[in-house]
Design a binder for this molecule. Structure first.
Ligand SMILES: [Zn+2]
Length: 458
């Protein structure tokens, strides 16, 4: 084969325009990065959210305060329009709770948290012997007489052999979500679980559980930290251990009116086409919801602020959304997707940051292969920002209804995962655990990705 002069000219003209466009993109990537790293306000926003609002479980007065905070922060970021999208959310109430374990013959209170959505002991004390099992199969193998009336301790460890800790979480989380259903079927009286935790400490991790519709009894369920779990494991191997569980937690009967907080920059050429970027505003009712998911909220607001600050005029409309109720219902994610359909909106892409405010390493994608390849073709632009992993299928819980119900492509920021499950859903998920540079770098990547899709489509 030889090249005709015409094809040489066409080829080089194409290459030249590609080179120019990539050079421009690379300059814009740097402008976005400089703006956020030098003048970003996301870290200060996170401080205000964590220290003036604190934790903010759906339906609580603190969640309402977070909505007010989000609306103000979105306006200060310079969004063209800011509004609140109504959504009714569940309100799970924790109340007083305690767990005592009879270790070495004496009752001792250990740090414990009831699991979200669970029903406690109505404030009464449940006292019963503990039966330790390694996993669901081990419980299944026990005769009824060893299970009936007992408190089952599911001693399932968070596996350390997964390099990506989200895989370890995915592996272990069934023990939090459905243990009470499985134990109730066998006639047990209560459930204790080893926390879904990578931390070698004693912080218990809360999180959602779920009672099956067919469940025969709604058993109380509490999580303990790894150190208490180790001590309980050792004691159970030696002999019988009894426990006293006392908890007031329950789901409130009525749903509570709440909101998703939305801020947008109107598109200049195709304003009807929308890119969504978001995190979730609610958190569990311990700690400050700093990594989960204050980080994703302030990063999404930072996208708006940075694009406004550098004077970028996006072709498409860009929306930052602070979703309500990711943790125990995902009502906000569904309300947003339902509204998109009702208003016949055209969604180009949805991006979520809900994996912690740690150093970004990649962009997870759930979209067609052609769309993935299109984003991957810009990999060289991301490499100087340490973004190299484009191989995982990730999105986010809040944006998943857009994806599953309406086939909107979704992407998820993928930070380094080594420490997320040290803090996740604990009293230790506080502002001080977030590094300002790592948090800002996440916002940089989210803004760069949105810029690329605005310029080159998807
Ligand atoms: Zn989260």
């Amino acid at each position: 084969m030889y090249l005709t002069m015409k094809s040489v000219i066409i080829t080089s003209a194409f290459c030249l325009s590609a080179v120019i466009s990539h050079a421009q993109d690379s300059v814009m990537f740097r402008r976005i990065s400089d703006e956020i790293m030098l003048k970003g306000t996301c870290y200060e926003n996170l401080r205000v959210l964590c220290k003036t609002v604190g934790h903010r479980l759906s339906g609580t007065p603190a969640a309402a305060k977070a909505v007010t905070w989000g609306e103000k922060a979105m306006k200060e970021a310079g969004a063209d329009n800011v509004w609140l999208q109504p959504v009714n959310v569940p309100y799970w109430y924790r109340g007083k709770e305690s767990l005592e374990l009879k270790l070495n013959g004496k009752y001792k209170t250990v740090p414990a948290l009831s699991l979200g959505n669970s029903k406690g002991t109505d404030g009464k004390t449940l006292e019963a012997p503990i039966v330790m099992v390694a996993d669901f199969a081990a419980l299944e193998a026990l005769p009824d007489k060893d299970v009936k009336g007992k408190i089952i301790f599911f001693n399932y460890r968070f596996r350390q052999d997964f390099v990506n800790s989200f895989e370890g979480y995915g592996d272990a989380v069934a023990y939090r979500w459905k243990s009470p259903n499985i134990a109730a079927k066998r006639g047990a009286a209560g459930v204790i679980i080893r926390s879904m935790s990578t931390g070698e400490d004693d912080f218990p991790h809360t999180g959602s559980m779920h009672y099956d519709d067919s469940v025969v009894a709604k058993l109380p369920e509490m999580a303990i930290g790894n150190q208490s779990a180790d001590a309980l494991e050792a004691a159970c191997k030696k002999g019988t251990v009894t426990a006293r569980m006392t908890s007031e937690c329950h789901m409130m009967e009525k749903m509570v009116p709440s909101y998703n907080v939305i801020g947008e920059i109107k598109g200049t050429e195709q304003p009807e086409r929308i890119i969504t970027v978001g995190g979730h505003l609610d958190s569990w009712d311990v700690g400050e919801g700093a990594h989960d998911d204050g980080a994703g909220c302030v990063q999404s607001i930072e996208v708006i602020r940075a694009l406004k600050a550098i004077g970028y005029k996006p072709k498409y409309t860009i929306r930052a959304v602070l979703f309500m109720n990711e943790e125990n219902g995902n009502k906000g994610g569904h309300a947003y997707a339902d509204s998109a359909v009702a208003r016949k909106e055209q969604h180009v892409l949805a991006i979520e940051s809900d994996a912690g405010g740690f150093s970004p390493r990649g962009i997870g994608m759930e979209m067609s292969d052609a769309q993935k390849e299109h984003i991957k073709s810009y990999r060289h632009l991301f490499l100087p920002y340490n973004i190299h992993d484009f191989e995982h299928e990730e999105g986010g819980v809040d944006i998943s209804p857009l994806y599953y119900k309406h086939k909107v492509p979704m992407a998820g920021l993928m930070p380094d995962s080594q420490r997320y499950f040290d803090y996740h859903h604990t009293a230790n998920d506080v502002f001080e655990q977030v590094n300002h540079r790592e948090l800002k770098l996440g916002a940089v990547v989210m803004t760069q990705l949105i810029y690329l899709v605005c310029e080159h489509g998807l």
